[in-house]
Design a binder for this molecule. Sequence first.
Ligand SMILES: [Zn+2]
Ligand SMILES: [Zn+2]
Length: 265
Amino acid sequence: MLLFDSHCHLEDDRFSGDRDEVISRMRETGVVCCTCAGSDINTSNEILRLSKEYRGVYAACGVHPHEAKSVQADYLTELNSMLCQDKCVALGEIGLDYYYDNSPRILQAKVFIEQLNLAGKRDMPVIIHVRDAHGDAIEILKSHRDIIKGGIMHCFSGSVESAEIYLDLGLYISFAGPVTFKNAKKLQEVAKFVPQDRILIETDSPYLSPEPVRGRRNEPANVAHICSFISKLRKLDVEEFASLTFRNACNVYNIDINTAEIIDT
Ligand SMILES: [Zn+2]
Ligand SMILES: [Zn+2]
């Protein structure tokens, strides 16, 4: 069984001490591919470096809404050149986060829209982070629907109704650890509802460990728990669900499934 962790943060400091071991546990669990998402220019550069060092590790480069207040005047030029590099498969993570409000909302929207435009020009998919901001996010995405070349609503936390709108915009919906939590009945309804050619799984590690490892540092190997949980919800064979989410990840990131680089050493 082969798995693709569609969103994680292997560049995070919490992996500095044992990154090689984390990668070997991925291989042992069958998690042979992952995409690491940048939060700012520095982490995006670090992710590009990791993608060159490790087979099967793909990169996404972008500025997270938390960091919108810290962008430099030339950040779009820097991002543009990162997007040209080998194994950079998406622009992200970008979006709106009104739960933490770490950056003023007006700046979050500005940086989100600027990056949507850049991805459109470069024909690249986007990884979108939205927390407590679905109304504004939907408005922005609808008004840019012509330039969006595919993308992912990552660590989805919305309702079935909002999922329908994102699906209609051509986006994939990705589920992380919270879908496995006992009190997540509404989210589990969404995980049953998303069509099988649009569903993805991710860890968002080192954050948000799924059951039954909740509370510990998360790592990409744990995407196997999310795979098994959702396959049961959807009454699908776990191998079948693993392979369809693997195929979906390759599709959204424009990776040829026949020649995908996998972690094999
Ligand atoms: Zn996120
Ligand atoms: Zn993330």
